[in-house]
Design a protein around this ligand. Structure first.
Ligand code: ADP
Ligand code: MG
Length: 296
């Protein structure tokens, strides 16, 4: 059977079913980072992401921005779990005919972002490849009391996002700032029940939270913040790669969080079977189809 017929999420399920982990693994496949036992008060966070030419960037994308994005995407996963990034590995596959300047620029982009977030590049690998491929692994840590996962959301929680959504393909997907600072601020000062980064689109990533918690959601068109680049509400609902945080918060906390005017409440979690209802500006209710970016 072709992989296309199975689909990305079913494929991940297939991996998950066949993998046994020992008791040092607190959370394996199925969240933004793996969570591993470490110290008395801390966990290790572990994640990787791969960027491929023609899929995650184009052949004319500046090398500096490719390098930057390759680290940015894994930092975003560490942010989703409320953690601090520490050590990275950078693996590159490229053609022997690639100009050395390209690699220099790619590394410069990677290291500029690494410096900003105090990440140590400690190793990696090089291989010959047809299409430029970049794989970054990241190790981070999080205090046990600050860990947030996709699970943990409750009925009645208010759903927040950390910034405007949609149209990221025009610019933001290569230049976004991973929300590490915001995530740390949130976990230190508020009770954040659950969190995910919006990499595959608001609706699809919200649906991961719903599935993980057996809930449904109601979101309001007039509350969803649109990026300047967004082409209307559909773009904010379904475009990927905004790398903003999506997090449900208990109602009491939500009131305090709203006062800061830094984060945007967009709706609430309800009882139900993983359905997302959009209340349009004209008051009409629409049941949204779960779709977004998928590799297969
Ligand atoms: P994200 O978009 O947050 O990077 P993904 O959608 O890529 O997450 O992956 C979802 C989950 O599946 C993660 O927990 C990831 O570690 C796991 N996963 C993806 N590919 C594989 C694989 N080849 N082997 C094992 N686990 C995988
Ligand atoms: Mg993620």
């Amino acid at each position: 059977m072709l992989i296309n017929k199975i689909g990305e999420f079913a494929l991940i399920e297939y991996f998950k079913k066949r993998i046994k982990v020992d008791s040092s693994v607190i959370k394996g496949i199925g969240d933004d980072c793996a969570v591993i036992r470490f110290k008395k008060d801390r966990y290790i966070l572990f994640s990787s992401d791969m960027l491929v030419e023609g899929v995650d960037f184009q052949s004319n994308t500046p090398a500096y921005l490719i390098g930057r994005k390759s680290l940015g995407v894994v930092l975003s996963d560490i942010a989703s779990c409320g953690g601090i990034p520490k050590y990275a590995l950078l693996s590159l596959g490229f053609s022997p005919r690639l100009d050395f300047n390209f690699i220099k620029e790619l590394l410069r982009g990677f290291l500029d972002l690494a410096r900003k977030f105090k990440v140590n590049l400690v190793g990696g690998d090089l291989s010959r490849a047809e299409n430029l491929t970049i794989d970054v692994s990241i190790l981070g840590e999080v205090e046990k009391r600050f860990l947030v996962l996709r699970e943990g959301a409750k009925k009645g929680d208010v759903i927040f996002v950390s910034g405007p959504l949609g149209g990221s393909i025009k610019k933001k997907h290569l230049r976004f700032i991973p929300r590490i600072k915001e995530a740390r601020f949130l976990v230190k000062n508020f009770k954040i029940n659950s969190m995910i980064d919006i990499s595959d689109g608001l609706v699809q990533d919200l649906s991961h939270i719903l599935k993980e918690n057996n809930l449904s959601a109601v979101i309001y068109e007039d509350l969803i913040p649109l990026s300047a680049e967004a082409k209307g509400i559909n773009s904010a609902l379904y475009d990927g790669e905004d790398f903003e945080l999506l997090f449900p918060v208990p109602l009491k906390e939500a009131k305090n969080l709203s006062k800061l005017k830094k984060f945007f409440p967009i709706g609430e979690l309800t009882k139900g079977r993983n359905e997302i209802v959009l209340i349009k500006k004209n008051g009409k209710e629409v049941l949204l189809k779960v779709r977004g970016f998928r590799h297969f």
